[in-house]
Write a protein of this length. Structure first.
Length: 131
């Protein structure tokens, strides 16, 4: 059975999201167990996921929507970076409110990542408007 290009791209994006979710889970378990090894492993998984996201999103936009309006479509994909910056500012407020306990940040990250993971599949099937 031959897979469609958008399904392959979707698998790459979902793999990146699952790596990030695994990294967050390791951070939570490492913090609860006071294990520096698990925390470092969680940070590495999160870093690999974040580092691979920009190149995977670039390829996904090109494959799914084509090259005609690539710059406009890629701009929509990069909105996630701006939203991430807002979430990081919010996480500082949460950290202060919880007295410097990073567990609240780890849980907040997982809470934000689950809807992103669920919505990612639907967004790959929607055709963006042509300008």
């Amino acid at each position: 059975i031959r897979k469609c290009k958008s399904e392959i791209t979707l698998c790459n994006i979902l793999t990146i999201c699952l790596l990030m979710l695994a990294g967050i889970a390791l951070l939570i378990v490492g913090a609860l167990a006071n294990s520096a090894v698990l925390i470092i492993l969680g940070l590495v998984l999160g870093g690999v996921s974040y580092g691979g996201s920009s190149s995977a999103y670039s390829a996904a936009i090109k494959r799914v929507y084509g090259g005609k309006d690539y710059s406009a479509n890629y701009g929509f994909a990069n909105l996630s970076m701006g939203l991430g910056a807002l979430i990081s500012a919010f996480s500082g407020i949460v950290l202060d409110a919880h007295g410097g306990d990073y567990m609240s940040i780890f849980v907040m990250s997982a809470i934000f990542l689950v809807p992103i993971l669920l919505c990612g599949g639907g967004l790959m099937k929607v055709k963006l408007p042509r300008y």
